[in-house]
Write a protein that binds this ligand. Structure first.
Ligand SMILES: [Zn+2]
Ligand SMILES: [Zn+2]
Length: 488
């Protein structure tokens, strides 16, 4: 829109000239769906870089607000426009009247499409999600339709339906149960792009782990059972923003801005004193863990509180949870140990740590378990001096586990490989036996950097050689696995 205006063109003419007449723009949610070809054409026409344009897309929130953006369907936190031909059925384009009024050349911000953006990050006033006069969804490109004689682009702040200038919308301060919860929401709208977040003493290195829980809370609070928690807030603070009875059974992103704001502040009020308020409120409301989670799986920092405080049975971490925490630690580059995994899962009885150790014992390890042991070995290798047998053995182990991780082969099959097999597999490309390139790389690197230093006269043709000549068996590999765990 701004490029069109700067060139003295109407938006439709600008798009026709840059993207061609067949481009599907006005009947799509282009903030979400514009593909690389469209961005490329825009980049060529405007001089903006491809990265800059891609940064204006809602997909740029991947790995920050959510793991994956779903361009065709709904994505958590992204307000849907409800597009029907060229009209908008839903209130997905919010605005801050003060921002629009201050802009020399008014424009609509990317973050105004986010569900938790109920507050302006600059003015701390409530956002609007519709024309205050006629309640029509904001569809700024439609203002130009049917008014050919007006100056192009000058009307982007007008309601296309009734002509009201959205810059003249009254600005209101937000309501909140207490000052802290409002500060929390202000921080969230201002710094939502950091990629990490925190909840009291908990630092979440991967922000989707926070946003997933927040989304769950605002969804749960709008249910019949969640209403009991809203009642608890009212009892404690006398704050009531959303009327629980008036809440329809619709996704959070479909709700009007006022409802979203109330649910967000309720969730943030609980998170501000995490987990005490929540645990007390659930106790009073007689809500068990399963009533809250409905057997869905959530990030460990949230789940551990529910399991520890809301479960009738005592919390014992599952091997799956332990492996998931370990994989998480490895991914963010932290030192992984059984004790640390136990601490993060928060089990009082060391159940988590033993669950973690148990997970290593039997059968084919899961991908996450392998990721963990590979990361642990990597750290152990870095600690060892440059050349030593112990280091070579660790590198051998890592090669074995990497190979298993990439190929999905069980230990027995992997350990049965000969040097001749490895050379053949590493060189086989484009047949049905072809291994993934990463697996071939593991074999070649192992042959070049490890095996030739480890192999002795008795090693024979076996690929993964043991210390005393010959290969290593599955039992031995399990011992090595456990050793890697216990040493770190
Ligand atoms: Zn503003
Ligand atoms: Zn209007």
């Amino acid at each position: 829109m701004r490029s069109a205006q700067a060139n003295g063109l109407r938006a439709h003419a600008f798009c026709r000239m840059t993207l061609g007449s067949g481009a599907q723009i006005w009947n799509r949610d282009i903030d979400r769906s514009a593909n690389r070809d469209v961005l490329q054409l825009l980049a060529e026409a405007t001089g903006a870089s491809l990265d800059e344009l891609a940064g204006g897309m809602l997909t740029s929130y991947e790995g920050i607000l959510f793991e994956h953006h779903n361009p065709g369907g709904n994505t958590k936190w992204i307000l849907p426009l409800g597009i029907y031909h060229r009209t908008r059925k839903r209130y997905g384009m919010q605005f801050c009247p003060l921002c629009l009024a201050e802009d020399q050349q008014p424009y609509y911000r990317k973050q105004w499409r986010l569900g938790f953006f109920t507050l302006c990050d600059r003015h701390s006033v409530m956002m609007y999600d519709r024309c205050p006069q006629c309640e029509t969804p904001v569809t700024f490109f439609r203002v130009e339709l049917g008014c050919r004689n007006r100056v192009p682009g000058s009307l982007i702040t007008q309601c296309h339906q009734c002509g009201f200038d959205l810059r003249r919308t009254p600005a209101y301060g937000p309501s909140s149960p207490d000052a802290m919860s409002l500060v929390a929401l202000r921080s969230l709208v201002t710094f939502h792009n950091l990629g990490w977040w925190f909840c009291r003493q908990e630092t979440l290195h991967y922000a989707p782990q926070y946003f997933e829980v927040l989304h769950h809370l605002v969804t749960f609070l709008a249910t019949g059972k969640g209403a009991r928690l809203l009642a608890y807030i009212e009892q404690e603070t006398e704050w009531k923003h959303v009327d629980a009875d008036s809440l329809e059974k619709i996704p959070f992103e479909f709700r009007p801005v006022g409802q979203r704001h109330g649910l967000l502040l309720a969730a943030l009020w609980f998170l501000a004193e995490w987990p005490d308020r929540f645990v007390t409120a659930c106790g009073q409301a007689k809500l068990s863990r399963t009533a809250v989670t409905r057997d869905e799986h959530f990030p460990w920092w949230y789940e551990k509180v529910l399991r520890e405080h809301l479960d009738r049975s005592q919390y014992v971490a599952t091997t799956e949870e332990a492996a998931s925490v370990a994989a998480y630690l490895a991914r963010v580059g932290e030192y992984v140990s059984a004790t640390k995994v136990g601490n993060m899962l928060g089990a009082k009885d060391k159940g988590a740590a033993s669950a973690y150790k148990k997970s290593q014992r039997h059968g084919i390890p899961s991908g996450e378990e392998l990721d963990w042991v590979i990361a642990t070995l990597g750290m152990a290798i870095r600690e060892k001096e440059a050349v030593s047998v112990r280091r070579l053995l660790l590198e051998r182990d890592r090669a074995i586990f990497r190979f298993m991780r990439i190929t999905g082969w069980p230990a027995k099959r992997t350990l049965g490989l000969t040097v001749a097999d490895a050379v053949r597999l590493a060189k086989t490309v484009d047949t049905k036996d072809t291994l993934p390139a990463a697996a071939r790389g593991v074999l070649l690197n192992y042959l070049r950097d490890v095996r030739r230093y480890l192999a002795g006269e008795n090693s024979g043709n076996v690929l993964f050689v043991g210390q005393k000549g010959g290969g290593i068996g599955v039992k031995n590999l399990q011992l090595r696995w456990r050793k890697a765990l216990n040493d770190h």
